[in-house]
Design a protein. Structure first.
Length: 212
Protein backbone atom coordinates (compact mmCIF):
# COMPACT_ATOMS: atom_id res chain seq x y z
CA UNK A 1 0.00 0.00 0.00
CA UNK A 2 1.36 3.39 -0.98
CA UNK A 3 1.38 6.26 1.48
CA UNK A 4 -1.16 8.25 -0.54
CA UNK A 5 -3.65 5.38 -0.46
CA UNK A 6 -3.03 4.80 3.24
CA UNK A 7 -3.61 8.47 4.08
CA UNK A 8 -6.79 8.51 2.03
CA UNK A 9 -8.14 5.69 4.21
CA UNK A 10 -7.07 6.96 7.63
CA UNK A 11 -6.54 10.73 7.54
CA UNK A 12 -10.05 11.44 8.81
CA UNK A 13 -9.60 9.09 11.76
CA UNK A 14 -8.28 10.23 15.16
CA UNK A 15 -6.36 6.96 15.58
CA UNK A 16 -5.14 4.19 13.28
CA UNK A 17 -6.10 0.72 14.45
CA UNK A 18 -3.85 -1.68 12.55
CA UNK A 19 -6.02 -4.72 13.31
CA UNK A 20 -9.03 -3.12 11.64
CA UNK A 21 -6.85 -1.86 8.80
CA UNK A 22 -5.47 -5.34 8.10
CA UNK A 23 -8.83 -7.13 8.25
CA UNK A 24 -9.58 -8.68 4.87
CA UNK A 25 -6.34 -7.41 3.31
CA UNK A 26 -4.63 -9.83 0.90
CA UNK A 27 -1.09 -9.05 2.09
CA UNK A 28 -1.17 -8.08 5.79
CA UNK A 29 2.53 -8.85 6.29
CA UNK A 30 3.47 -6.30 3.64
CA UNK A 31 1.34 -3.61 5.26
CA UNK A 32 2.87 -4.35 8.66
CA UNK A 33 6.28 -3.70 7.12
CA UNK A 34 5.01 -0.42 5.69
CA UNK A 35 3.58 0.63 9.04
CA UNK A 36 6.95 -0.05 10.65
CA UNK A 37 8.73 2.04 8.00
CA UNK A 38 6.29 4.93 8.32
CA UNK A 39 6.73 4.83 12.09
CA UNK A 40 10.54 4.95 11.78
CA UNK A 41 10.31 7.84 9.32
CA UNK A 42 8.07 9.80 11.69
CA UNK A 43 4.88 9.63 9.65
CA UNK A 44 3.20 7.46 12.30
CA UNK A 45 3.42 7.63 16.08
CA UNK A 46 3.07 4.30 17.87
CA UNK A 47 0.97 4.52 21.02
CA UNK A 48 0.54 0.81 21.71
CA UNK A 49 0.63 -2.48 19.81
CA UNK A 50 -1.43 -1.95 16.63
CA UNK A 51 -2.56 1.54 17.71
CA UNK A 52 -1.01 4.48 15.89
CA UNK A 53 -1.48 8.22 15.53
CA UNK A 54 -0.70 10.11 12.35
CA UNK A 55 2.07 12.65 12.79
CA UNK A 56 0.82 16.21 13.10
CA UNK A 57 1.72 17.05 9.49
CA UNK A 58 -0.68 14.40 8.17
CA UNK A 59 -3.58 14.77 10.60
CA UNK A 60 -6.91 16.22 9.56
CA UNK A 61 -8.51 15.65 12.98
CA UNK A 62 -7.42 17.29 16.24
CA UNK A 63 -6.77 14.60 18.81
CA UNK A 64 -8.77 14.46 22.04
CA UNK A 65 -6.57 12.87 24.71
CA UNK A 66 -9.47 11.55 26.87
CA UNK A 67 -10.64 9.58 23.82
CA UNK A 68 -7.17 8.11 23.41
CA UNK A 69 -7.10 7.22 27.11
CA UNK A 70 -10.30 5.22 26.73
CA UNK A 71 -9.15 3.49 23.53
CA UNK A 72 -5.68 2.35 24.63
CA UNK A 73 -7.29 0.03 27.17
CA UNK A 74 -10.92 -1.04 26.93
CA UNK A 75 -13.09 -0.91 28.90
CA UNK A 76 -11.86 2.06 30.91
CA UNK A 77 -12.90 5.47 32.13
CA UNK A 78 -10.91 8.46 33.41
CA UNK A 79 -11.04 8.81 37.18
CA UNK A 80 -9.04 9.78 40.28
CA UNK A 81 -6.83 12.89 39.97
CA UNK A 82 -7.45 13.50 36.26
CA UNK A 83 -11.20 13.51 36.88
CA UNK A 84 -10.63 15.87 39.82
CA UNK A 85 -8.91 18.25 37.41
CA UNK A 86 -11.66 17.95 34.81
CA UNK A 87 -14.40 18.72 37.34
CA UNK A 88 -12.40 21.53 38.97
CA UNK A 89 -12.16 19.76 42.33
CA UNK A 90 -8.44 20.61 42.59
CA UNK A 91 -6.70 23.82 41.45
CA UNK A 92 -3.78 22.30 39.54
CA UNK A 93 -3.43 20.39 36.29
CA UNK A 94 -2.51 16.69 36.35
CA UNK A 95 -0.07 15.44 33.69
CA UNK A 96 -0.98 11.74 33.90
CA UNK A 97 -4.31 10.38 32.66
CA UNK A 98 -5.33 8.04 35.47
CA UNK A 99 -8.04 5.61 34.40
CA UNK A 100 -10.00 2.74 35.89
CA UNK A 101 -10.33 -0.58 34.08
CA UNK A 102 -11.59 -4.09 34.74
CA UNK A 103 -8.51 -5.40 32.91
CA UNK A 104 -5.00 -5.73 34.34
CA UNK A 105 -3.28 -2.56 35.57
CA UNK A 106 -0.78 -0.94 33.23
CA UNK A 107 1.06 2.33 32.66
CA UNK A 108 1.46 3.34 29.02
CA UNK A 109 3.94 6.10 28.23
CA UNK A 110 3.44 7.65 24.78
CA UNK A 111 4.78 10.71 22.95
CA UNK A 112 1.49 12.50 23.67
CA UNK A 113 1.20 11.64 27.36
CA UNK A 114 1.21 8.98 30.05
CA UNK A 115 -1.86 6.84 30.71
CA UNK A 116 -2.04 4.97 34.02
CA UNK A 117 -4.69 2.23 34.29
CA UNK A 118 -5.80 1.02 37.72
CA UNK A 119 -7.72 -2.22 38.10
CA UNK A 120 -11.17 -2.29 39.68
CA UNK A 121 -13.55 -5.21 39.99
CA UNK A 122 -16.47 -5.52 37.58
CA UNK A 123 -19.07 -4.73 40.23
CA UNK A 124 -17.54 -1.26 40.74
CA UNK A 125 -17.18 -0.32 37.08
CA UNK A 126 -19.89 2.37 36.94
CA UNK A 127 -20.45 6.01 37.85
CA UNK A 128 -19.05 7.58 34.68
CA UNK A 129 -20.48 9.71 31.89
CA UNK A 130 -19.79 9.91 28.17
CA UNK A 131 -18.24 13.00 26.56
CA UNK A 132 -17.72 13.55 22.85
CA UNK A 133 -15.35 16.08 21.28
CA UNK A 134 -14.62 16.11 17.53
CA UNK A 135 -16.70 12.92 17.23
CA UNK A 136 -14.33 11.22 19.67
CA UNK A 137 -16.18 9.69 22.64
CA UNK A 138 -14.55 9.37 26.04
CA UNK A 139 -15.72 8.28 29.49
CA UNK A 140 -15.02 10.11 32.74
CA UNK A 141 -16.07 9.46 36.33
CA UNK A 142 -18.58 11.75 37.98
CA UNK A 143 -17.09 13.89 40.78
CA UNK A 144 -18.62 11.54 43.36
CA UNK A 145 -17.29 8.33 41.80
CA UNK A 146 -13.84 9.83 41.17
CA UNK A 147 -13.48 10.66 44.87
CA UNK A 148 -14.60 7.22 45.98
CA UNK A 149 -12.39 5.48 43.39
CA UNK A 150 -9.42 7.49 44.66
CA UNK A 151 -9.76 6.40 48.27
CA UNK A 152 -10.84 2.84 47.41
CA UNK A 153 -7.90 2.17 45.08
CA UNK A 154 -5.27 3.94 47.19
CA UNK A 155 -6.43 2.56 50.54
CA UNK A 156 -5.70 5.85 52.26
CA UNK A 157 -6.72 6.84 55.76
CA UNK A 158 -8.83 9.95 55.44
CA UNK A 159 -9.12 12.90 57.79
CA UNK A 160 -9.53 16.66 57.51
CA UNK A 161 -5.75 17.12 57.33
CA UNK A 162 -5.43 14.87 54.31
CA UNK A 163 -8.37 16.54 52.56
CA UNK A 164 -6.67 19.88 53.24
CA UNK A 165 -3.50 18.57 51.57
CA UNK A 166 -5.55 17.51 48.55
CA UNK A 167 -6.68 21.14 48.18
CA UNK A 168 -10.22 20.11 47.35
CA UNK A 169 -12.41 22.94 46.11
CA UNK A 170 -15.68 23.68 44.26
CA UNK A 171 -17.73 21.51 46.61
CA UNK A 172 -20.89 22.76 44.90
CA UNK A 173 -20.01 20.40 42.06
CA UNK A 174 -20.42 17.39 44.37
CA UNK A 175 -23.87 15.92 44.91
CA UNK A 176 -23.50 14.69 48.49
CA UNK A 177 -26.70 12.64 48.38
CA UNK A 178 -25.24 10.82 45.39
CA UNK A 179 -21.85 10.53 47.12
CA UNK A 180 -23.40 8.69 50.09
CA UNK A 181 -25.56 6.55 47.76
CA UNK A 182 -22.54 5.60 45.64
CA UNK A 183 -20.50 4.81 48.76
CA UNK A 184 -23.20 2.37 49.84
CA UNK A 185 -22.86 0.50 46.55
CA UNK A 186 -19.22 -0.27 47.39
CA UNK A 187 -20.52 -2.39 50.27
CA UNK A 188 -17.55 -1.26 52.35
CA UNK A 189 -17.88 0.43 55.76
CA UNK A 190 -14.56 2.16 55.10
CA UNK A 191 -15.75 3.78 51.88
CA UNK A 192 -19.02 4.86 53.51
CA UNK A 193 -16.95 6.50 56.24
CA UNK A 194 -14.88 8.25 53.55
CA UNK A 195 -18.04 9.71 52.01
CA UNK A 196 -19.30 10.91 55.38
CA UNK A 197 -15.98 12.58 56.24
CA UNK A 198 -15.86 14.34 52.86
CA UNK A 199 -19.43 15.56 53.36
CA UNK A 200 -18.65 16.92 56.84
CA UNK A 201 -15.42 18.52 55.65
CA UNK A 202 -17.18 20.23 52.74
CA UNK A 203 -19.90 21.58 55.04
CA UNK A 204 -17.23 22.96 57.39
CA UNK A 205 -15.32 24.58 54.52
CA UNK A 206 -18.47 26.18 53.11
CA UNK A 207 -19.29 27.57 56.55
CA UNK A 208 -15.76 28.97 56.94
CA UNK A 209 -15.85 30.55 53.47
CA UNK A 210 -19.18 32.16 54.28
CA UNK A 211 -17.56 34.20 57.05
CA UNK A 212 -14.41 35.18 55.16
Amino acid sequence: MKLEEFLKRVRGMPLVDAENLLAGVANPAGIKVQLSRWRKSGKLIRLKNNIYLLSENFRKVDIYEPYIACVLKQPSYISLQKAFEYHGLIPEGVPVYTCVTTKRPEKIATPIGTFDYRHIKNSLFWGYVSLTVNKQPAFIASPEKALLDFFYLNGLRIDDGYLEEMRLQNFRKINFTKLIEYAGKFQSPGILKVAQIIKRYAAKRRKEEKYL
